[in-house]
Structures are given as structure tokens and as C-alpha cells.
Design a binder for this molecule. Structure first.
Ligand SMILES: [Zn+2]
Ligand SMILES: [Zn+2]
Length: 171
């Protein structure tokens, strides 16, 4: 869990936090990767004026996902900046501002940041990885890992991209 104590923030104006959040706290399984280290979060919450506050800092973790060619697990270091601006629910009720603003509520006593961290992780995780630029992948014909073994399939025979090339060269 990672929360900002709003009473303390109102009193001190600034809160600095350095925490490690366990990867189990974020259920990212549906996004095709997992987190293989604690998420280290550095942040500075600042109570800018009466009804606004900012949370700035950074988030760092290791993302593990499969090489898109050969399916070997690959770890990538992910680092992203945090820069969030919140307006109090109380101020939004009496203003013309649209509802899409990030909100916090003084009466709740704390601001829970876990949902925002989750979003940052999902948005910044690589969409795909390759274990190596020269990864040969898996043979589409017989399924062997071509980084480790050779097979007797005609090269590219079952790769649809190869068919397109052949067609073009026959013109
Ligand atoms: Zn690979
Ligand atoms: Zn093969």
C-alpha cells in the first residue's frame, strides 16, 4: 500500500516518501508481463495551495515477459516519472472544472496512490521484447527453438511473409 496522509500534508506542505512496494500488490497478469522485483517508488507530495496538490517522483521496477520470437523470459528495467496533479473534491464541486480532473478528498484523510502507480506501470511496460536482436525464434514448421537447434524444414517455407516475397519476385 502507498498512501499520502492528508493531515500531515496539510500541516507540513511537503511529504517525501521512498518505498518499495511488493510486486504482488499489482495484478498485471492480463497484460502479458509480470513484475520480477519490488517496485521502488520515490515521491514528493506537495500541497501547492488550499485545494490542489501534486505528487512528483519516479517509479522503478523489473518487468519480465517472453521474447516475441522464441518465448524465452526476458527482464527489462523500467523507469518512469510520476507527475500527478490533484484537485480536492470539495473545490471541484463549487467550480466549473470538468470531472476528469484527478481528485482527492480531504474528508478521507488519505490519498491512495496504488491505482495511479498501477496505471503508470501498465502504460510504460514495453509492448514486446526480444531476447536478442539476432534471436532466430521458433521454427514455424516444427517448433524447435532455432537458437539452440537446427531443423530440416525448408527455410521460411511456412512463414507467410516468405510467400509474399516469392510472389513479388515472380512478377
Ligand atoms: Zn528470443
Ligand atoms: Zn523446423
Amino acid at each position: 500500500m502507498l498512501e499520502i496522509d492528508l493531515k500531515q500534508l496539510k500541516r507540513d506542505k511537503t511529504i517525501v516518501r521512498e518505498v518499495g512496494v511488493e510486486p504482488e500488490e499489482f495484478d498485471v497478469s492480463q497484460f502479458g508481463f509480470c513484475l520480477s522485483s519490488p517496485i521502488s517508488v520515490n515521491l514528493k507530495a506537495h500541497h501547492a495551495n488550499n485545494e490542489e496538490l501534486t505528487v512528483k517522483g519516479s517509479l522503478e521496477t523489473l518487468v519480465e515477459q517472453e521474447c516475441r520470437r522464441c518465448l524465452k523470459p526476458v527482464e527489462t528495467k523500467m523507469m518512469t516519472k510520476l507527475d500527478l496533479h490533484f484537485t480536492s473534491k470539495q473545490a471541484l464541486q463549487t467550480s466549473e472544472k470538468i470531472e476528469e480532473e484527478l481528485q482527492f478528498d480531504w474528508s478521507q484523510g488519505e490519498l491512495d496512490l496504488m491505482g495511479y502507480l498501477f496505471q503508470e506501470i501498465v502504460l510504460n511496460a514495453p509492448t514486446f521484447v526480444e531476447c536478442d536482436q539476432s534471436c532466430r525464434g521458433i521454427c514455424a514448421g516444427c517448433g524447435v527453438n532455432l537458437n539452440k537447434l537446427k531443423c530440416d524444414c525448408p527455410e521460411g517455407a511456412t512463414d507467410p511473409r516468405w510467400n509474399v516475397l516469392l510472389k513479388n519476385s515472380n512478377k
